[in-house]
Design a protein around this ligand. Sequence first.
Ligand code: MRU
Length: 360
Amino acid sequence: MTKNVGNANNQASDERVVVQTLAWSDGGLELIDQRVLPQRFTTIRCNSAAAVAEAIRTMVVRGAPAIGCAAAFGIALEARRQCTQNPIAFASALEAAFALLAASRPTAVNLFWALERMRDELARCKSMSATDAASRLVAAAHAIYRADIAANKAMGHAGAALVPDGARIMTHCNAGALATAGHGTALGVVRSARDQGKSVSVIANETRPFLQGARLTAWEMVQERIPVTLVTDNMAAHLMKTGQVDLVIVGADRIAANGDTANKIGTYGLAVLAAHHRLPFYVAAPLSTIDRGTPDGNGIPIEERHGDEVTGYGATRWAPQGVATRNPAFDVTPAALITALITEKGVLERPDEAGISALF
Ligand code: MRU
């Protein structure tokens, strides 16, 4: 490890997190570089919206809530950078920053949610100097960050009630501390269940092609000594059929108004498998992941990533040159396959439009 950004001791106890994915320090944003975990633990410093947008695009920081928090800090950074400009130049630089960050990744709605919160704050600063507006935007980004940790802890508490002692919990991708401001959504439920004294273990699907399960979920669980078993994605059906999984918990990138849920590619298949084997399939996500403007899953934009992630990983290539690839990064699980949605407002069984609307 080259740098330890864990255990922010200056935080209030309800904001304390073990893995600090994002940290505001000396007017800059430090991000754990998630592309190189677990081989190396390094951080990258961003001082502008462009640097944050690039970090989101290249997956230095990933996971829906973490992307949202990073984008909010991106606006704050840009406001500080531009605050000596005249008001027109300041406004147009911030407009460019909003556009750049909004174009960084398409599926996780938390990105757009956070940018909207920052835009609202900027609108409230209309009569202020650019310097005062910049301070207000920094404070607004911190508020989004703190609210995410609080939401994850509330979600963890609510979700832990669904986890029996001794549960073997399958998860997909990484919906942990690394994917949020801290504690995690799906892994937040696991952490909270463990904190309540339950003996729980995690089965982490490796999550081809970007390996968030193998690299990030496994790393987080090993760091905290929560028992974790790594499997390849195609082992899930066998493990369920032979009674080696008790429940599935995943995170979400965007939940439509009717409860249809976009999450990492492979999640839909897991939900079908869980239904077939009569296992509970839970989605843990904060309200900032719910997109009430999108009626159902058909309207959720699915990011298509480069084929290089399918033909190999890093410097290693296993497929022949010239082969065609597909690389949709997310899929949509129909609401009917979701046993319950775990949010900071509590557990919503069989999520549907009415139930989701009542959360707001
Ligand atoms: O492509 P990624 O790594 O950003 O995808 C992340 C996921 O799909 C997570 O499951 C989701 O964002 C929930 S994170 C709390």
